[in-house]
Design a protein around this ligand. Structure first.
Ligand code: NAD
Ligand code: TYD
Length: 339
């Protein structure tokens, strides 16, 4: 099988490539990535010259280049991870989110129609469902929960999902969609909650918790997400949406305290800062469908996954230090300077 994996130099896409190469070593993978601020070729350095792997630097919105790649490679499967993924950045400037996340998705699917594929898989998010109240722990997102977005990021991802379903109904494109909860693990870009708190704590810097810190996210170890996508590609039903999550709801403040404890740092580093605009209160996925129909279950308990993740950041300063030494400094100042 030959796959084009877009966004494979980012957090989940790179973990997915590592997963797929080890689970299906006979398959060929072409990683298409624009290498935005969030893409790191260093993540893929050990496989760049490997047989069955090719890296192509390109923008999914660049139609002629995408078509030329499909014409040359004739992929069987396309897995689309490429996206602008950070909610805070989408609040500062939505435009690139609309371009990459919506228009880029349509270019990829047009290429799939033109050259023919057996599956187009869209990597989506639980954020398309909006949020849930803290005082109703019985409520969870199912695949039938109406789309109700809060941020420009989630609105762009929801728009892409609608387009994917429309291409299935209108053109018969063989699509699947996965909507996963928050991931954590190796190669997570330092702007996101868990790596940001680990790296700041290591430097004895303030740990900026938005608002009261009681917002809840449903955390899943990245490898479990990658296995779910693998299963959906192999066994999932075309035209279907699958929610992916591990029943692991945690308040942000508890995660930050846990990181302090694991690193032996004082909780006095925690600073409550101005809340995110439109901040979603709680996410919670009901993964019953993917369990029932495809037999998927998460394998990594949060206690083990967070330990592995913290250890990974302790042992891979060579990966994250160049990132935080670069343009990230300006971002951090702009985002947190006067918060
Ligand atoms: P990320 O920001 O770490 O990586 C995104 C990758 O896409 C980067 O390598 C970047 O260079 C590339 N990219 C961006 N714009 C591109 C373009 N126009 N053309 C080609 N490549 C481009 O993101 P992530 O956290 O790995 O998320 C991957 C996907 O999973 C996204 O679609 C996101 O919406 C979805 N998702 C993420 C989470 C999460 O917790 N991180 C949860 C559910 C779903
Ligand atoms: P994030 O990792 O950006 O993921 P998402 O917004 O997609 O869920 O944020 C996770 C939660 O952590 C979210 O409720 C916002 C909060 N947060 C902070 O409190 N401080 C921070 O510095 C960051 C980046 C996030």
């Amino acid at each position: 099988m030959k796959l084009i994996v877009t966004g494979g130099a980012g957090f989940i896409g790179s973990n997915f490539i590592f997963h797929w190469r080890s689970a299906h070593p006979e398959d060929q993978i072409i990683c298409l990535d624009k290498l935005t601020y969030a893409g790191n070729l260093s993540t893929l350095k050990d496989i760049l010259d490997a047989p069955n792997f090719k890296f192509v630097k390109a923008d999914i919105c660049d139609r002629p280049t995408v078509y030329a790649l499909f014409e040359e490679e004739k992929p069987d499967v396309v897995v689309n991870f490429a996206a602008e993924s950070h909610v805070d950045r989408s609040i500062e400037d939505p435009s690139i989110f609309l371009k990459t996340n919506i228009l880029g998705t349509s270019v990829l699917m047009d290429a799939c129609r033109k050259y023919g594929i057996t599956r187009y898989h869209q990597v989506s998010t639980d954020e398309v469902y909006g949020d849930l109240p803290l005082d109703r722990p019985d409520l969870m997102f199912t695949e039938e929960t109406p789309i109700h977005t809060s941020s420009p990021y989630s609105a762009s991802k929801a728009s892409a999902d609608l387009l994917v379903l429309a291409y299935h109904r209108t053109y018969g494109l063989p699509v699947t969609i996965s909507r996963c909860s928050n991931n954590y693990g190796p190669y997570h870009f330092p702007e996101k909650l868990i790596p940001l708190m680990i790296i700041n704590a290591l430097h004895d810097e303030k740990l900026p918790v938005y608002g009261d810190g009681k917002n809840v996210r449903d955390w899943l170890y990245v490898e479990d997400h990658c296995r779910a996508i693998d299963l959906i590609i192999h066994k999932g039903k075309v035209g279907e949406i699958y929610n992916v999550g591990g029943h692991n709801e945690m308040a942000n403040i508890d995660i930050v305290k846990l990181i302090c404890k694991a690193l032996g740092k004082p909780e006095s580093l925690i600073e409550h800062v101005t809340d995110r605009k439109g901040h979603d209160r709680r996410y919670a996925i009901d993964p019953a469908k993917i369990h029932r129909e495809l037999g998927w279950l998460p394998e990594t308990k949060f206690a083990d996954g967070i330990k592995k993740t913290i250890d990974w950041y302790l042992n891979h300063e060579d990966w994250w230090q160049p990132i935080i030494d670069g343009e990230y400094q300006n971002y951090y100042q702009q985002m947190y300077g006067n918060r």
